[in-house]
Each structure stands twice: as C-alpha cells, then as structure tokens.
Design a protein around this ligand. Structure first.
Ligand code: GLU
Length: 552
C-alpha cells in the first residue's frame, strides 16, 4: 500500500504538519518538576460536584509545583451539548473562586499560548496528526455501515469472542487495497478513520497511576475510531493530540477512563509522543436517603450533584472548597490545624494523599464546616455576601435587609468576634428566618414558655419588668436588673443556689430571662438578648412585652 498516496487521498487539503505544530506549541519553559494539568469538561449543561473536585485537584496540583493548569472545553459530541454549557461551567468555577492559569475564560474567550482551548476549533490539528498516522501506516479509512457493524457484533457474540470490537480478522476495512478505497471514496461512501492497532492479544501492559499504583491490563488490540465520518475526532484521539500539544504532564480525570488507558498509551506511542502521567480520581458518592446504600451522586436524584445547588442555597464558597479539600486529601485537616488562617487555595496538594475509593459527600458535614467558617467571618463581610445573595435569590428580603446597612450589620455582629462565636448560620438562605424578629413582629407562642413558668407567672414577670426596663443598661446591669426582680416573683436570682434547693423556688433567673426573650423575639434561643433589645429600641421592646402579656 502506498501510504503517502492514501494520506493525500484522504486529506487533500491538509498542509499543516506535526512538525509545524511542534514549533507552534513548544515544550513549556517551566521549573523542574512543574506539573501541567487540565480540566476538560464537555459542555453538557452543568457543573457536577465531581467536576469541581477534579478542577480543584488540577488547579492545586499545578499551583503546588509552580506549574500550569488550564481549562479545555471538549465539545466534540455535539449531540450532548447544550447552548450555554460553557457559561454554566465558567459560572460554576467563578462562584467558587477556582481559577485556571490558561484556557477558556468565557463563551468565545480564552487566554494562553497553547490554544485554541476548545476542541471544535482544533480540527486542523487533529487532521494534521491523523494524516501523519495514515502516512505511517497507523491509520486507515473504514467504510463499514452501522448495519455492518451491528452484524459484526452479532457474529462476535455467536462465536463467543472474548474481545468485542473492530480488530484483527473482524476488521474488514483493515486490508482494503488503495484501489478499493479509491472506489469507495469516488462512490461518496462515508468513512471514519481508524487506528491500525499494533497490539497483540496475548500481551499485557503496565502503567503507573499516581493514586492507584501499578496497574496491569491487556494491551489494546482494537482499531479504535480516531475521526468520525464528519471529520470530528473521538474523545480518545483528541485526548492524545491535545494533551501532547498543550504539553500536559498529568492527566487527572475520572476513574471511568481507567479502562481506556491501554488504548491511549497505544495511540501516544503510535504518534511518537511521550505518554503523560495518569491520575484516575474516585467518584463522589453518598449514602442513599432511602436504602442507606453507598452510591454515586446522581444528577437526577440529588440536587447537590450540581454545583449550582450550593450557590442557590448560599453556601459560602470557602465552605464548599474547605469541605471538598477534607474529602480530597487526607492531610488537609492537619495542614489546616497548622495554618488556621491560610487560604485553602494555598494548600500544598499531594496527589499521593488522594484516596482511590469513592469519597463520601455528606451535606451535614458540609453544613458543619460552613457554620464554623461563617462563625469566624466579620459582620461586614457577612452583610455584603447576604446582600449579594439575596439580590438574586430572595429579592423581597433583600429590600428589608439592605434598607439600613448599619442596622443589619449590627445585628449580625451580636456575639461575633468573641472567643467562642455562635455557629447558627450555615448558609445565606437561613438568614431571613434567623433575623426575622428584627424585621417583623414575632408571634410569641405561650406554649414555648419554660416548663417551670406558668402563664400567670409569665404575666407577672412581664408586669414587673416593664416599669424598670432601661434600654441604656449594659449586659451586666441588664442581667442584674432581672435578678432584682426574682425574689418578689418567687424565682431564685442565682442558678447555683436554686439547684441546691429547687423546692424553695418556682424557678431561677434563667427562666425569667427566657420569658423576656420569648416575648421580645418569639424564640427560645437567640444571641445576646440585651444587645437585641438595644438594637430593637425601647418602643418596640415595650410594645412586644405588652403584646405578649395580653396573650397570657
Ligand atoms: N471530556 C471528558 C469528560 O468530560 C474529559 C475526560 C478527561 O479529563 O480526559 O469526561
């Protein structure tokens, strides 16, 4: 077979050569040991939490080695693509502060010298490499129709072939003569370009996966499709061309690609390219709410599978990142203890500390992490974030919340910046309810009175407190005032004393303050009540005390 002639026949217009590409995309000038990683999503409409996992890994691995991370859009499967798929991905990363050094930055925009970073714009590159493979006798056109391919599958099934697919004696087009090919082309028959596999059935290959260790698998013998009939590459071929010319050193991708590695290694070798290091990451799992079984997070069943869920609920991005890192790297928590104030994105990510089995995503744990992080934020920061979040997700509350920024900030500041801050808020969608009694009159329910306090006692407490209540009192004076009311009401001013002799009293000062709390806020548990009352002001507090007494 005259391979040069065949290559010309198949790719008459391709002038670009792999040598041109080598010059255009030279090896990167990076320090020794620097890693080049990529995140390569298909724009199918949303960013999965597993995608955020992967991207974080890519970015941090590159950062920790003074390398480069980039975002490549793999849009070769037009059937699965949706219109604003790219925007959904970029928006997802923006929301979590995940930034790549290079690659696609928005719909139709990109940065970096190794682009284009969108596969549909790289067809020239794939064709240059494909043409060279034909010239080298490592690829051939296949004219088999869908019917022929399904007949082949049936034949293999009937024969009980151990390996299924287009290979060896089943690969009908592998041995077509140049004349036959010319005839087919002249007849306008559609064709795909196939890899001419050099593998053999009785050989095995080994490779090192950086988190799974040494892996042994049968060598690839399949004549895999490189270019589809429309000239668009398959994932496999695009992976080889792109990761070579973008000079990726570490291919970090989901474990579903592990079984394709023999194919990829064979193609890299056929092209004469260095095989990158492979890292196949575990899937994100959860315990099924109904069955309790561990299973993959599913787009259909689990709203939290989409990264947008965390934005919509108002989880601060730091909380999501922090939690993901605890799942991703077993030494993150030690590092965090040693560096409590550091930015999580400065974590020296270690691929070797990644687990090979599925990691368990637990919303409750994320909630705890988030409460901790929010408890350490400054009130002004929270104010700004809640103002921003409510604009999109709670527009009515947004108006109320932002009407008096100083007031809203002051109420968020209660019990904040103290040695043990309260951990009441996990996400911004809880703030409206959490602060409700500042903006709306509470409906205090007498059923919530402490057990030891009868409605008549509560009424007496309010009646005694109203005339002496002084909004100018600080916390200590405020509490001392409640104590002075206790003896006449039959309550003990000191909790300790009460505990020694509970029969002697109706209750203690804590019960008295609970009544005031319930009347003023409608709640049984709030941050510091004295500050709440100061912020509400005398008029509102008195009115609420009166309104509650009237219900008793
Ligand atoms: N586009 C592929 C996917 O979304 C990427 C796999 C890879 O990272 O190589 O699954």
């Amino acid at each position: 077979m005259d391979n040069m002639k065949l290559a010309k026949l198949l790719f008459p217009d391709v002038k670009l050569t792999p040598e041109d590409l080598e010059l255009k995309y030279p090896p990167r000038d990076l320090p020794e040991g620097a890693r080049v990683t990529r995140f390569a999503p298909s724009p199918t409409g949303y960013l999965h939490i597993g995608g955020l996992f992967g991207a974080l890994t890519d970015v941090l691995v590159a950062k920790a080695s003074q390398g480069v991370s980039y975002l490549r859009i793999e849009d070769t499967d037009k059937k699965r693509e949706i219109d604003d798929g790219v925007s959904a991905i970029i928006k997802g990363f923006d929301a979590f502060g995940v930034e790549f050094d290079e690659g696609v930055t928005g719909f139709g925009t990109e940065k970096g010298d190794y682009g284009p970073y969108t596969q549909s714009q790289r067809v020239e590159i794939y064709h240059a490499v494909a043409k060279r493979m034909v010239e080298n006798g490592l690829a051939y056109p296949c004219f088999c129709t869908a019917e022929e391919l399904s007949a082949l599958r049936e034949q293999q099934e009937a024969e009980g072939a151990l390996i299924r697919g287009y290979f060896g004696k089943y690969a009908k087009c592998r041995e077509l003569s140049l004349e036959e090919i010319e005839e087919n082309l002249a007849a306008g028959k559609p064709w795909v370009l196939r890899f001419r596999s050099q593998g053999s059935e009785d050989k095995r290959i080994t490779f090192e996966d950086l988190i799974r260790g040494k892996i042994e698998m049968p060598e690839n013998i399949i004549d895999e499709v490189l270019l589809k009939s429309d000239g668009i590459p398959t994932y496999h071929f695009a992976h080889v061309c792109d990761d070579h010319f973008m000079r990726t050193t570490h291919v970090i991708r989901g474990e579903e690609w592990l079984s394709s590695v023999p194919k990829h290694i064979a193609m890299f070798k056929a092209c004469g390219y260095k095989v990158p290091k492979y890292v196949h990451t575990a899937q994100v799992m959860k315990f099924d709410d109904e069955t309790g079984d561990k299973r993959k997070l599913s787009k259909r069943k689990d709203p939290e599978a989409a990264v947008s869920y965390f934005v919509e609920k108002g989880f601060p991005r730091e909380a999501v990142i922090e939690y993901l890192l605890t799942l991703l790297n077993s030494n993150f928590e030690d590092w965090r203890r040693a560096n409590p104030e550091a930015d999580a994105m400065d974590f020296p990510f270690n691929l070797k500390k990644m687990g090979a089995s599925g990691c368990l995503f637990d919303l409750l744990k994320l909630t705890d992490v988030s409460k901790n992080i929010i408890s350490r934020m400054k009130a002004g920061d929270i104010y700004a974030r809640v103002a921003e979040w409510t604009k999109d997700y709670a527009p009515d509350f947004h108006k109320t919340f932002t009407a008096d920024p100083a007031f809203s900030t002051a109420i968020l500041n209660i019990d904040r910046e103290v040695p043990k801050p309260r951990k009441d808020i996990a996400k911004w969608d809880e703030v409206e309810d959490y602060l409700a009694y500042f903006f709306n009159e509470p409906q205090a329910d007498p059923a919530l009175l402490p057990e030891r306090v009868s409605p008549a006692d509560a009424k007496a407490i309010v009646a005694a407190y109203l005339p002496v209540y002084d909004p100018a009192e600080d916390k200590d004076a405020w509490f001392a005032r409640l104590k002075t009311l206790c003896p006449d009401l039959g309550f003990c001013p000191e909790v300790k004393e009460y505990k020694k002799n509970p029969e002697a009293f109706k209750g203690h000062v804590g019960d008295v303050s609970s009544v005031v709390r319930l009347a003023v806020t409608g709640r049984t548990n709030t941050p510091d009540l004295c500050t709440i009352m100061q912020l509400l002001g005398k008029e509102k507090v008195s009115a609420r005390l009166n309104a509650f007494a009237a219900k008793l």
